[in-house]
Design a protein around this ligand. Sequence first.
Ligand code: APR
Length: 242
Amino acid sequence: MTITSWLAASRRTVVLTGAGMSTESGLPDFRSPRTGLWARFNPSELATIDALHHRRESFVEFYQYRIRTLQQCQPHDGHRLLADWERRGIVQTIVTQNVDGFHQEAGSRRVIELHGSLRTVHCQRCGQAKPSFVYLHGVLTCECGGVLRPSVVLFGEPLPEKAITEAWEAAQQADLFLVLGSSLQVSPANQLPFVAKRNGAKLVIINWEPTDLDDLADAVIHGRKIGQVLTELNEQLAEVDP
Ligand code: APR
């Protein structure tokens, strides 16, 4: 059986995406050598609650940089293909570690954001959300006087309960689990392939670099760009399931 035939036969396909899904949109990932964000910035200094409260200037500058970069980028064909696969019933759910909102912007409707979203900032005190571009205009506090922060999960913070529950349910019910562009180094997202596998799913990992879960997978593709791989799978699908 090939990945294409698994995609065509699967009735419950779940896709887990990581930052590698968005590098072809122009957004850096985190752990690619040299180009990854963590090769240039120190996450423990910047992407933490402690940084928000005690290193506020560098925290704000870092997230202004990420929000500005996000504004200059947009979904690529790979995002649009996944949305098309959802419309055609080939993919049921996308669980993403990404905070760029590109899956939704490309048209995917069933998207579970495990790590929140950089599209909004919200008040630590009253919870009011605002579009994240306000951060670029120096709006850093809420009308209530509370501190505004990006609506992303910072290191050391719990993930949104609802997202976790829905992601676990999707993985438990999957008969095909596709990982796209993740190093699978961050928990609890990297537990989802185990959950899917334990419940009988086929596991496919498509990632430029090898991952620690490759041995668990039924198929892996390394050293190829996701956009290109998805395009080829889509062409093969047209032959298998016209
Ligand atoms: N095609 C295929 N693979 C790619 C591509 C591409 N175009 N671009 C990058 N990759 C691969 C890289 O080789 C890397 O292994 O995508 C992977 C991205 O891994 P990370 O940078 O670790 O990103 P991710 O797995 O999403 O990180 C998880 O870590 O810092 C936190 O909250 C952050 O959500 C993030 C989490």
